[in-house]
Every structure is written in C-alpha cells, then in structure tokens.
Design a protein around this ligand. Structure first.
Ligand SMILES: *Cc1c(COP(=O)(O)O)cnc(C)c1O
Length: 400
C-alpha cells in the first residue's frame, strides 16, 4: 500500500468523514518543506496549522523528544516533573502572567481559563458565571467552546449550547459594555487577532479599552493566544504587540508543543484561584510534550524568532501587495507578523488552494474569498519569493 489512492480508499472506509482532504500523503517534514510519499516537496505555509513555528523537524525539538523518550514519558502529576517546570518558568519569565497549568489542546486550555473565570465569579462576584466572547472568534470544539466560538456553523447542529457565553461583535468596545451584566458577567475572552475568523486585526486601542473596562468591573480579561502566541504575530505573546495590554488569563496551545500536543492556561497571581482538587489532567504537562515545548520555547526566545517573524512578515506582505497590483481579484492584504490574509473579490479561495497544491505550495482557504498564510516563523525570504511566484501563476488562472 503506497499510493495516495490507497490511503484515500482507507480513509473513506474507516475514518470519520469530517474533513475534505487533499490528495498528498505527507510523510516527512524539514523546515518549511514537507514531502509526500512520492517524494514530491511542498512549501508548507500552513505550518501544520500554525503549530510548527520553528519549522518541521527542528533539530532541537527532535533531539529533546528522542532524549526524553529514552528517560520517562509520563508520570502522575502527584510528583515533580521536568521539563514541565522549566517550560512554565520560560513562559512566566517572558510574559506578564505568574502561573501556568499545562493541558493537551487549545480547547482544553480555554476550558481551564473559563473554569478560572467561573471560580472568580463564585468567589468575588456573587456567583457571576457568564463570559463575553466575540463573533467570528474561534476557541475550540468542546461543548463549552462551541458556545464561546461566535460562529453559527460551529454551533447550529449542537444546540442547545452550553449556557454561560454571550457572543458580541469583535473590535467593538461598546458591544462588550452593553453585554456586561453586574452579578452575571465574570470575564471577557478574546483573541488578540482573530485567526480562524479571517485574520481580523482590532483597532489599536480595542484590547486596552476592554482591559480597562474589565478591571473597572472586577471581571477577568482573558486572551486566547492559542494561535497568536509563541511568536506568530511578531512578539512572543500576541498581546505584547499592543501597548499597555496585559491579560489576567492567557491561553496557549498550537505552537507551544511544536508538534507535540500541548496547551496551557496561565493566570496572574491575583486571579490564580484554582486550588487542589479543582482541576487536573492525566496527560497534561507530561514529560514528552513539555520536553518538546521547552526545547521549542528556548529556540524561540534565544534566537528571537518572533522578531524574525515581524521582519519576514513585513517582507511577505510587501510581496503580496505587489502581487495585488498585478491581479485585480486581490482586494486586500492584511496581517501581523506571519499571520497574513489575502482577500479576494470572488469566492475562489478553494480554486487557489487546489491550484497551488500541484505547484508545491500548501495554503489555507480560511474563507471562500480569503487565503490565510501561517508559514513557520523562520521561513526564508527565498521561500517566500517561491510561494509568491506560485501564487502569481495560480491567480493568473483562478482569478480570471
Ligand atoms: C486552534 C485554536 C483553538 C483550538 O485549539 P485546539 O488545539 O484545536 O483545541 C482555540 N483558539 C484559537 C484561537 C485557535 O486558533
């Protein structure tokens, strides 16, 4: 069994049909490139879904996993665990939060954050439990996170939704103020830049004003940095792009484990309200995933990869804007760091993605008229040139 068709047959017979997959069977990755089972190479501008921020198969991560696998993989959280604790220290030392809890995914990280918020409400706000989130947000796919995720297509088939969430327009401070109810609202949960919602960048003061409002009302200001964290938008944590903004609670996942399934929710000391017995996770923060995470975080910090993302992101956006001059169908290029979207006047993103594939470029159609780019943060300018050249050819056909 070797061909793509063989795998396609297996998938259609045995796997739940929850995604429309593309033909390549990817078997190896190196830096920005992945290789299929025929040896064909692709530039991976999805980075395993904004996960491989220092590229596929980074030697430091591979070595850390190999080394850890030879020692111990998993232990009960009743005992002190390394490299869990050094990774927590890297996060705290480089951010404004004080405490970390490791889990296994972004949805779980946000669940944990919401537990912190509800306990905060119980302790300090007469049992307030409701959390304000944004329309076009994405917070994960558990029962509660579907209610938090303000997009009808993630909610409609699973109603009634879990109570305790209200979705308001993003980038609209007044909408949050209007949704706030004293004694009912305990927190606001937002992405610093909306990723799955189409790379929506808020106006400069939005997060600061929301934060100030939260502090005024003694409710928690929580940021979902699952996609924006670990350097993606040009600073180690996304909120650091916005002057004077500091979350009370911050969640991480995606790039945190550099391919190992690892998430975290983090809090400032004043709202670190969980006590023994309040929360737990069998696998959360185990030795294998945190070995990968600690190695990756060390590379990100030591080599200042977030600054590279900022610089390369500006280069990439410049190239895409030049491309927009040549293709009328491109209506907007926007982004921050290496989270970039290209918006088109027609619903052709599916055709662009399919057209780019045989030419050796993997990209994401985040909306019917919108392409999202999230390459590894250490992508080279040459690789960006190559990707833009492929896009140029694809748009010449698909954009007609
Ligand atoms: C991907 C994502 C999640 C969900 O993460 P999972 O690991 O898939 O559960 C949550 N929030 C944001 C902002 C994301 O981009």
């Amino acid at each position: 069994m070797t061909s793509s068709d063989d795998y396609k047959a297996l998938e259609s017979k045995y796997y739940m049909q929850v995604v429309n997959r593309m033909p390549p069977v990817l078997v190896r990755g190196e830096g920005t490139r992945v290789f299929d089972n025929d040896g064909k190479s692709y530039l991976d501008f999805t980075a395993g879904w904004a996960v491989l921020n220092i590229g596929h198969n980074h030697p430091a991560v591979t070595e850390a996993i190999r080394d850890q696998a030879g020692k111990i993989l998993q232990m009960s959280n009743l005992f002190y665990t390394t490299p869990q604790l050094p990774l927590a220290q890297i996060i705290v030392d480089n951010s404004d939060v004080d405490r970390v809890f490791f889990c296994n995914s972004g949805a779980e990280a946000n669940e944990g954050a919401c537990k912190v918020a509800r306990k905060w409400g119980k302790l300090h706000l007469d049992g307030a439990y409701e959390i304000i989130t944004a329309l076009d947000s994405f917070h994960g796919r558990t029962q509660a996170m579907m209610a938090a995720t303000g997009q009808p297509n993630y909610q409609d088939n699973w109603k009634p939704l879990m109570p305790g969430f209200v979705n308001v327009p993003y980038n609209d401070v007044q909408a949050i103020k209007d949704a706030y109810v004293e004694g009912k609202t305990c927190a606001v949960l937002l992405e610093p830049v909306q990723g799955e919602g189409g790379v929506n960048i808020p106006s400069e003061n939005y997060l600061k004003e929301v934060m100030d409002f939260c502090h005024d009302k003694n409710i928690l200001f929580m940021l979902d940095e699952v996609q924006t964290g670990m350097g993606r938008i040009g600073t180690l944590f996304g909120y650091q792009k916005f002057p004077s903004v500091e979350p009370d609670v911050m969640t991480l996942a995606k790039a945190l484990g550099s391919g190992a399934p690892l998430g975290a929710f983090t809090t400032k000391e004043f709202c670190s309200v969980l006590e023994p017995g309040d929360h737990g996770s069998t696998f959360g923060g185990n030795a294998l995933t945190t070995a990968a995470g600690a190695a990756a975080a060390k590379v990100l910090v030591d080599e200042d990869i977030p600054a590279m993302a900022d610089e390369t992101g500006a280069y990439f956006q410049g190239k895409l804007k030049a491309l927009a001059e040549m293709h009328d169908c491109i209506t907007e290029v926007r982004g921050m760091g290496l989270l970039i979207a290209l918006e088109m006047s027609k619903d052709i993103s599916g055709a662009v993605v399919t057209g780019a594939l045989p030419k050796g470029l993997l990209i994401n159609a985040v909306r019917p008229n919108m392409i999202r780019f999230m390459p590894p943060l250490n992508v080279s300018n040459d690789e960006i040139d190559e990707a833009v050249e492929i896009l140029d050819r694809v748009l010449a056909e698909a954009g007609k």
